[in-house]
Design a protein around this ligand. Structure first.
Ligand code: IMP
Ligand code: MG
Length: 181
């Protein structure tokens, strides 16, 4: 059980998430008509979102997982990408849809898309549950964004703070008392 005092407030509730995913899934179905994209779920944060998204879509997909992070990004636009888990399938000439939990500075997505493009997919798009445009450093934009949010640290619905809170069914703002002492 999560301590209620850890959550400042609910930012996006379960129903809002479900409704928005239904809308975006319908748009994806139109855009990918007649195709079977490879969905790449970016671990761990996108786990919950990806599970709901692929079930809301009517488009048939295959699913792959990657675990990546970016580091040392101060001077270059995209930074260095650390790949802890890579996909096993060949994406050459395939339609690829990256599923991300949140785009913050943009370093991770900029570096990841740069790396995946070298594998020559037929198309490469990004869907993100959340976008914090105010914090963007690297030039990267999602093709599909469920929610734009302010510069707040959020948790829940897959997103964590120190590996906690991923299991919350909503997106909430973390209380400052949790990380400020
Ligand atoms: P970026 O490379 O700065 O865009 O960082 C993206 C990654 O940072 C996301 O995939 C998250 O893992 C993490 N992140 C950024 N903002 C938040 C947040 O508000 N809550 C939880 N994780 C976050
Ligand atoms: Mg992440």
């Amino acid at each position: 059980m999560v301590n209620a005092a850890d959550i400042e407030r609910v930012l996006i509730d379960e129903q809002q998430i479900a409704e928005r995913i239904k809308e975006v899934a319908a748009q994806i179905d139109v855009d990918y008509q007649g195709k079977m994209p490879i969905v790449i779920c970016i671990l761990k944060g996108s786990l919950v979102f990806c599970a709901d998204l692929i079930r809301a879509m009517k488009t048939p997909v295959t699913v792959e997982f990657m675990k990546v992070s970016s580091y040392g990004a101060s001077t270059t636009s995209s930074g260095k990408l650390s790949v802890a888990l890579d996909i096993l399938s060949n994406i050459e000439n395939q339609d690829v849809l990256i599923v991300e939990d949140i785009i913050d500075s943009g370093h991770t997505m900029a570096a990841l898309t740069e790396m995946l493009r070298t594998r020559r997919p037929a198309s490469l798009r990004i869907i993100t549950l959340l976008d914090k445009p105010a914090r963007r450093v690297a030039a990267v934009e999602a093709d599909y964004t469920c929610f734009e949010i302010e510069d707040e640290f959020v948790i829940g619905y897959g997103l964590d703070y120190a590996e906690k809170y991923r299991d919350l069914p909503y997106v909430g703002i973390l209380s400052r008392s949790v990380y400020e002492n």
